[in-house]
Structures are given as C-alpha cells and as structure tokens.
Design a protein around this ligand. Structure first.
Ligand code: HEC
Length: 157
C-alpha cells in the first residue's frame, strides 16, 4: 500500500468525522446558549403583545378593544410554546439566565402554568368586546397567571 494512499485515508477519515461537527455540530455549550436565547426571545415576544395592554391598564394609552382582542389572542397562541422552548435542561451550564433550576424538577407544573396563561389570555380576548372594565378584570387574571409562574420559576425581580 502506497504512502500516498495511506495519507489520503487518514485525511478522509479525519474529514468524515469533522464534517458533521462543522455542519451540524454546535457544541453542548452553544446549544444551551441557543436554548436560553430562544426562550428569552419567546418571552420578549409575549411581552411585546402584553405591554400595550399594561399601558391601557395604567391609563397611559386609551383603551382599544380591537387591540386587546388581537394581542390577547396572540398571547394565547404563544403561551403553549413556553414549555417547548424550556425543554432543554440547561442547569449544568454557566449561562446568564433568570430561569430557576426547579423548572426541570417540575415540568408538568411548569406546563400547567403556561396553559393557565393561555386559557386566561383567550378569555381576555373574548372579554375585550365587553368593555373596558370587563377587559381589565380579565387582564388582571392574565397578569396573575404570568406572576404565578415567575414566583415559582424565575429569579425574583
Ligand atoms: C410557565 C412559566 C412562565 C409563564 C407562564 C410566563 N413566564 Fe415569563 N419567564 C419565565 C421564566 C422561567 C423566565 C426567565 C427566562 C430566562 O431568563 O432564561 C421568564 C422571563 C420573562 C421575561 C424576560 C425575558 C427576557 O429575558 O428579556 C419577560 C418579559 C416575561 N417573562 C414576561 C412574561 C409575561 C408577560 C407572561 C404572561 C403573559 C409570562 N412571562 C409568563 C417563566 C414564565
């Protein structure tokens, strides 16, 4: 067997093990960071729909039933994604996160709390047409459901 052939084999073997890592292989640390970015990103999207309704509750902007109906419906769609984006257990990694470790000991409860937000946001969307008082009462229930999860599973602000 020629030396040249042996050398080619070594190169081929090295490439075939390296290529998948280059193409698909984020390291575990990179995957954990991506999981944090994704879940924080989702919650930023959630709050982008939630924020205008907070402004209405504080009378900083006028009550807008159509916007409440729309934004609450978006929150009802997004909330069930929360458990999905927290699926990767990132406890073992050194990351900047406000997520508490107990999430991954209580994944059923965590999912239930997200489902409660979804239900109450759907109720808010439906209540928007009933006028400001009814809508703001329903909005209070959504906020309490967000807090219900944060109290258990997020670093206290
Ligand atoms: C099932 C649990 C759960 C529910 C429900 C929930 N959150 Fe959170 N939220 C978290 C956790 C955990 C974090 C910390 C995530 C991290 O830092 O990795 C967080 C972080 C956030 C952040 C900070 C995102 C960032 O990093 O910039 C905002 C804003 C937020 N939540 C808003 C809300 C609002 C508004 C609701 C209700 C409509 C809500 N959350 C419902 C668990 C939840």
């Amino acid at each position: 067997v020629s030396k040249k052939f042996c050398f080619s084999l070594v190169i081929l073997t090295a490439l075939s093990t390296a290529l998948p890592t280059i193409a698909f292989g984020a390291s575990a640390d990179e995957r954990a960071q991506a999981a944090v970015d994704t879940r924080q990103g989702l919650l930023k999207v959630v709050v982008s729909y939630f924020g205008p309704i907070v402004g209405m509750a504080r009378k900083q902007i006028p009550f807008d039933a159509a916007l409440v109906e729309k934004n609450a419906a978006k929150i009802a769609q997004l909330a069930p994604m929360i458990p999905d984006v927290f699926r990767m257990d990132t406890r073992a990694y050194d990351l900047e996160t406000e997520a508490l470790d107990n999430i991954w000991d209580n994944t059923d409860d965590f999912a239930d709390k997200a489902a409660t937000v979804a239900e109450r946001a759907a109720a808010l969307s439906a209540a928007a047409a009933d006028g400001e008082a009814a809508a703001m009462k329903a909005f209070g229930a959504v906020g309490a459901a967000c807090k219900g999860c944060h109290d258990e599973y997020r670093v206290q602000q």
